[in-house]
Design a protein around this ligand. Structure first.
Ligand SMILES: *[C@@H]1O[C@H](CO)[C@@H](O)[C@H](O)[C@H]1NC(C)=O
Ligand SMILES: *[C@@H]1O[C@H](CO)[C@@H](O)[C@H](O)[C@H]1NC(C)=O
Ligand SMILES: *[C@@H]1O[C@H](CO)[C@@H](O)[C@H](O)[C@H]1NC(C)=O
Ligand SMILES: *[C@@H]1O[C@H](CO)[C@@H](O)[C@H](O)[C@H]1NC(C)=O
Ligand SMILES: *[C@@H]1O[C@H](CO)[C@@H](O)[C@H](O)[C@H]1NC(C)=O
Ligand SMILES: *[C@@H]1O[C@H](CO)[C@@H](O)[C@H](O)[C@H]1NC(C)=O
Ligand SMILES: *[C@@H]1O[C@H](CO)[C@@H](O)[C@H](O)[C@H]1NC(C)=O
Ligand SMILES: *[C@@H]1O[C@H](CO)[C@@H](O)[C@H](O)[C@H]1NC(C)=O
Ligand SMILES: *[C@@H]1O[C@H](CO)[C@@H](O)[C@H](O)[C@H]1NC(C)=O
Ligand SMILES: *[C@@H]1O[C@H](CO)[C@@H](O)[C@H](O)[C@H]1NC(C)=O
Ligand SMILES: *[C@@H]1O[C@H](CO)[C@@H](O)[C@H](O)[C@H]1NC(C)=O
Ligand SMILES: *[C@@H]1O[C@H](CO)[C@@H](O)[C@H](O)[C@H]1NC(C)=O
Length: 456
């Protein structure tokens, strides 16, 4: 291995100080071929406060950086982090797992501790600005132990994430918890597996927490998968647009604490939809409000629009709209459940006396597309029988499933749903009129989808 010190060149350009303002510092992140680039970068950031305010931190063009251990940016003020080269995870899975298990791991492989006016950007050059996660080997091994969250952009006020490109992340991608006024646009995630038998379990952006697979048994049959959610947080005043996401879990997950979030003009392929939840686990009090998802193509995703809260949850999700959604070969274009439980852990809980997370003012409008109802078709994340997403009594032809609790769902409406099934079978709906207090826009029954005057 080459000795590092002579190869580390920290190019620091301090511009002429502007009148009344601190000098702007541009820090070019040093790179040493064949070695981990993280320790030198973190030492520089900790050792020099001119790099953490009024500064540009630049991963240089034409350079592939080795991000071989978890990287945490300290609190930043007026800083842009520009990724003009490529970043690379370790190819050694054990090394990543050791990093995730280490005491200095701050919740993501690349974490921002927080700050004000922080921009994280890649480059428009299609060959550069990528974070390469070497995820394929993780997916092929169904490796679920100590998987890294990709990026944590947490506790930031006035932030931007743009032109970032992520290739085959081992697991989840972005976490924006605790941040406010953040614009996230023109980012690309490509987590497409090379082979049909391995599946990329990952979420694009989690506003909530990262879902942990707490245990996973490979050798037993049937294979079972256990989910649980980690800590909850939220983000406020977030705008996502022009993002291109190919992945294997939620395209966007909005969790408790989220307020005023817009997702628009984007593309999601292969994942689990535009989701709210899960909320109210273990009776916790959730709050989600003012969320808009619009103008998005959902291509071969499991769900289009999804809401889920746990049986026995508290709190509410209020003012949520999904509109102008085109769905291509999607199994469940619209799926709402206030009755989520872990099918891997046991039977449906008895919920006669517990509370439910309330939902109010939910609108599904202008959904157009095709329902994947091919007999025998299984979505890639199904590794059990029945699949984890199995819905009792569903025919597979449903454009909308409303699984609600009485007196806890107010003003849930679906308008202008235009669907066809791949087999040509009539489009269906599931809905129990004893759980709804308003006209939902279609005949509320388990049967053919028949829109009414409100729904057309
Ligand atoms: C910190 O960075 C500034 C701006 O580049 C530079 O002038 C200064 O020498 C650095 N200080 C240390 C201790 O490295
Ligand atoms: C990019 O890096 C390679 C290898 O170090 C070098 O040969 C090439 O000249 C560099 N290109 C540019 C445009 O800097
Ligand atoms: C915010 O940071 C950017 C650099 O990313 C800088 O150009 C701008 O001046 C900063 N805004 C304020 C108000 O300081
Ligand atoms: C992978 O990393 C582990 C832990 O650091 C190490 O023991 C092992 O030798 C590495 N494997 C290879 C092939 O480098
Ligand atoms: C940067 O990484 C991406 C994704 O792995 C790769 O496709 C691209 O070729 C890399 N760029 C260069 C110049 O190696
Ligand atoms: C935000 O800051 C709070 C308080 O310091 C901390 O508890 C929390 O973990 C931080 N969240 C993120 C996502 O960094
Ligand atoms: C996104 O990137 C495309 C192509 O690089 C560019 O034309 C477009 O203006 C960008 N969009 C935004 C909102 O910056
Ligand atoms: C909602 O968030 C958007 C995008 O960040 C922002 O422009 C808008 O002012 C916010 N609305 C309110 C009422 O705060
Ligand atoms: C939809 O996704 C499939 C892979 O599931 C891909 O082959 C196809 O090109 C995508 N269609 C569009 C319009 O992007
Ligand atoms: C929901 O939207 C209505 C109408 O825009 C508004 O009056 C109300 O304050 C919103 N409720 C919440 C909890 O955001
Ligand atoms: C049910 O909701 C009420 C009113 O919000 C609350 O006081 C009570 O603690 C909740 N019960 C449970 C079991 O969560
Ligand atoms: C499924 O349908 C059967 C027959 O109508 C009914 O008894 C049963 O309760 C239904 N199951 C669910 C979970 O709705």
């Amino acid at each position: 291995m080459l000795s590092i010190s002579p190869l580390i060149v920290a190019l620091v350009v301090a511009s002429t100080p502007l009148q009344g303002a601190q000098a702007w510092t541009t820090f070019s992140v040093p790179h040493a071929p064949g070695a981990d680039d993280v320790p030198a970068l973190m030492a520089a950031l900790q050792g020099n406060s001119s790099y953490t305010s009024d500064a540009s931190i630049v991963f240089a063009p034409n350079t592939t950086y080795n991000v071989w251990s978890p990287l945490t940016f300290p609190i930043l003020t007026n800083v842009e982090v520009r990724i003009e080269g490529n970043l690379s995870y370790p190819q050694n899975i054990t090394l990543v797992q050791e990093g995730v298990a280490s005491s200095n791991y701050s919740g993501a492989w690349i974490a921002f501790a927080g700050g004000n006016n922080v921009t994280l950007s890649g480059t428009e050059d299609p060959e550069w600005g990528w974070m390469d996660g070497y995820g394929q080997q993780w997916w092929d091994d169904m490796q679920q132990t100590n998987r890294p969250q990709g990026w944590k952009f947490g506790n930031i006020t006035d932030g931007v994430i743009t032109n970032l490109k992520v290739y085959k992340p081992p697991a989840w991608n972005f976490l924006t918890s605790g941040s406010t006024n953040v614009h996230i646009y023109n980012n690309t995630i490509i987590a497409r597996s090379d082979n049909a038998s391995s599946f990329p379990f990952n979420t694009y952006v989690s506003l909530q927490s990262y879902r942990q697979f707490t245990s996973y048994r490979l050798s037993s049959s049937p294979k079972t998968l256990y989910y649980s959610d980690g800590w909850n947080a939220g983000g406020t005043n977030l705008l996502f647009e022009h993002n291109y996401v190919v992945n294997g879990d939620d395209c966007l997950t909005v969790g408790s604490g989220a307020k005023n979030v817009t997702w628009r003009n984007s593309y999601c392929e292969g994942g689990h939809g535009l989701s709210i939840g899960s909320l109210g686990k273990g009776g916790s009090v959730a709050m989600v409000q003012d969320i808009l998802f619009e103008n998005t193509i959902m291509n071969t995703t499991l769900y289009g629009a999804r809401y889920k809260s746990w049986t026995g949850g508290n709190g509410a999700a209020i003012n949520v709209t999904w509109r102008n959604i085109m769905f291509m070969d999607v199994m469940f274009p619209i799926y709402v459940t206030q009755n989520y439980w872990d099918q891997g852990v046991g039977g449906k809980p008895n919920s006669s006396s517990t509370n439910e997370t309330h939902i109010e003012n939910f609108l599904f409008e202008n959904f157009v597309g095709t329902i994947q109802n091919t007999p025998g078709y299984k979505e890639g994340s199904c590794i059990s029988d029945p699949c984890w997403y199995y819905v009792a009594n569903a025919t597979g032809n449903e454009v909308i499933i409303l699984d609600l609790y009485p007196d806890t769902a107010l003003n849930v409406v679906a308008k202008n749903l235009y669907a066809q099934t791949l087999t040509g079978a009539p489009v269906a709906a599931m809905c129990n009129s004893s759980t709804t207090s308003n006209d939902v826009g279609f005949e509320c029954w388990d049967g053919t989808y028949i829109p009414d005057a409100i729904g057309m």
